[in-house]
Each structure stands twice: as structure tokens, then as C-alpha cells.
Design a protein around this ligand. Structure first.
Ligand SMILES: [Zn+2]
Length: 295
């Protein structure tokens, strides 16, 4: 039974890991990269893994995230169709393999990888996976050469990325804002009409505070690039933030009322939201368990 309880508690992480690392089994040769022009010499690339943001400057390029390792050549080819300028900086939104898998290849080419200090630690000394096995440490060239703690900026070719650390989806998260193009990359901290993905190092309160942090940086025209959803607006992310508050408050009330975690799950406190976002029962129950453990 002890094992069962543990399994439930980390089920959300298990599901994540299956999605992120299991995808390495997929056939990348069939993946086509789709490029979307966001204006202001800034683009979004969709392929396999988290969406990539590309900021083209006068003599160089800043990219945000690098998908899975086998996507490197395809990402490079997509960037080459936009510009002949070289990639100078790669900023990681968080440590998951579907966002950092390409680090090693870009790092080998001399691209400077920038990330929160916690991300470097996670890649250098990976935590044990849900199956109890510890993944191999990332090679040196995959590690960020430039790290920060609270906030920093990166400027290249006249383009500036404002980078702010939040602890929402994981404890390695960075939000990256290109003010000149009014484009913001928010990694896996959320997406409109989706339940939050609270992975290892993340918390529901971190999700709420983190989304509020970047909502404060955004305006009604900001184009927000989520890791795994279409480009979104501030209004859509405000609604997502407000849903997070509802989720936390409903589960916290059940806990404060003395319900056990199983009773809280059985009470189906998120039923209306589940219907709205189209989540299945297992994901919803796991979310209740995760939030219950954190409030
Ligand atoms: Zn992630």
C-alpha cells in the first residue's frame, strides 16, 4: 500500500516523464517543422517537443528552447529559411528533455546556452525518474555556460531577451520576453484551457505566482508562446491563472475541512473545470492529489 500511495503522489510526474522521454522513441525523421511569423523579426517553430521562439537580430539570432536532440538539424534548417545569421544564444525555459535535448548539438557549435542556475544543476545531476532510475548526466556542452538566479538579460544583434526566473512547472523555469516584438515564451508553465502540469520542483502556488509575474509583464497585444499550445493572449492566460486559483482554493478548502486526500478526490472538486478543459479522470484525480499535498 505504501507503494501505491507513492505511485499516486507522483503520478503526474510519471505521466509527464512518459510524455517527454517516451517521445524519444518516436520517429523524428517524419517530423516537419512549422514556422509562424510573430512579427518584429520573431518567429515560433513547432516540431517535436516544446515550441521554439526565434529572435533574429542584425548579425545573430537568439533562440528559446531546442526540442529533442534529433530535431537539431531540422530546427537549424528552419532557422536558415528565415535568416542567414548564426544562432548565438540558446535560452532554456526549463530542464525537461523536450526543451533541452538539442542543447548538446547547439553547444558544440559554439552557441552560448543561458538558463537558471537550478537548470544547470538538474542537467548535471539529474533527479531519479519515476521508475526509480537516474538518467545519465548531460554532457558538458549541453550545460548552460551562462546562468542566473533571479533575472537577467541577453542582448545580441540588437535584440534583447528579458529573462525572469519563476518556480511554477519546475524549479528551473525561465520566462523570456522580447519587448521589442512583444513576444513572450513561457515554457510549460501553462496553456489556456488546460490543467497545469506540475512537475518535479513545481507547485500550485508557484504556478499561480509565476503566471501572475509574467501577466504583469505582458499587455493586451503580447503574443505568448506556450511550450505545447498555440500562440496565446494575455486575456487567455489571465483566465488560466484564475482557474489555477480556483483549483488551489477548492482543494485547500477540502483539506482545511478535514477531508483526507482520498475523500478530497472523491468529492470531485474540479468536475466543472475538468469538463471545460477536457481532462480525463485520472489526470484530474492526480491533480487534486498533487495540489492537496502542497496546500
Ligand atoms: Zn516541461
Amino acid at each position: 500500500m505504501k507503494r501505491m500511495a507513492w505511485t499516486s503522489a507522483v503520478a503526474a510526474v510519471v505521466l509527464f516523464a512518459a510524455g517527454a522521454y517516451g517521445a524519444q522513441q518516436q520517429d523524428f525523421s517524419k517530423v516537419e517543422v512549422k514556422t509562424t511569423d510573430l512579427g518584429g523579426n520573431t518567429y515560433m517553430l513547432e516540431g517535436a517537443g516544446g515550441n521554439v521562439t526565434v529572435a533574429v537580430g542584425t548579425d545573430s539570432v537568439i533562440i528559446v528552447d531546442a526540442q529533442f536532440a534529433p530535431m537539431h538539424d531540422k530546427l537549424k534548417a528552419a532557422i536558415a529559411k528565415i535568416t542567414d545569421k548564426p544562432v548565438k544564444y540558446l535560452i532554456n525555459t526549463h530542464y525537461h528533455g523536450d526543451h533541452t535535448g538539442g542543447n548538446a548539438a547547439f553547444g558544440k557549435e559554439g552557441v552560448t546556452i543561458v538558463a537558471n542556475q537550478n537548470l544547470k544543476t538538474r542537467l548535471a545531476t539529474p533527479p531519479a525518474g519515476a521508475n526509480g532510475q537516474t538518467p545519465a548526466a548531460a554532457p558538458a556542452e549541453a550545460l548552460p555556460a551562462q546562468t542566473y538566479t533571479d533575472r537577467t538579460t541577453v542582448t545580441s544583434g540588437g535584440r534583447t531577451a528579458q529573462i525572469v526566473h519563476i518556480e511554477a512547472h519546475t524549479d528551473t523555469d525561465s520566462v523570456v520576453y522580447f519587448a521589442d516584438a512583444n513576444v513572450m515564451a513561457v515554457g510549460d508553465t501553462g496553456a489556456p484551457n488546460r490543467f497545469p502540469n506540475i512537475a518535479l520542483g513545481g507547485t500550485i502556488n508557484g504556478m499561480i505566482n509565476g503566471t501572475q509575474t509574467y501577466l504583469n509583464m505582458a499587455n493586451d497585444q503580447t503574443k505568448i508562446v506556450p511550450g505545447h499550445a498555440p500562440v496565446s493572449t494575455k486575456a487567455q492566460f489571465q483566465a488560466y491563472h484564475d482557474m489555477l486559483v480556483q483549483i488551489r482554493d477548492r482543494v485547500a478548502k477540502l483539506k482545511a475541512d478535514g477531508r483526507t486526500v482520498d475523500q478530497a478526490v472523491a468529492a470531485k472538486p474540479l468536475a466543472d473545470l475538468q469538463a471545460k478543459v477536457g481532462a480525463n479522470d485520472m489526470a484530474t484525480d492526480n491533480l487534486v492529489r498533487t495540489v492537496y499535498s502542497q496546500v
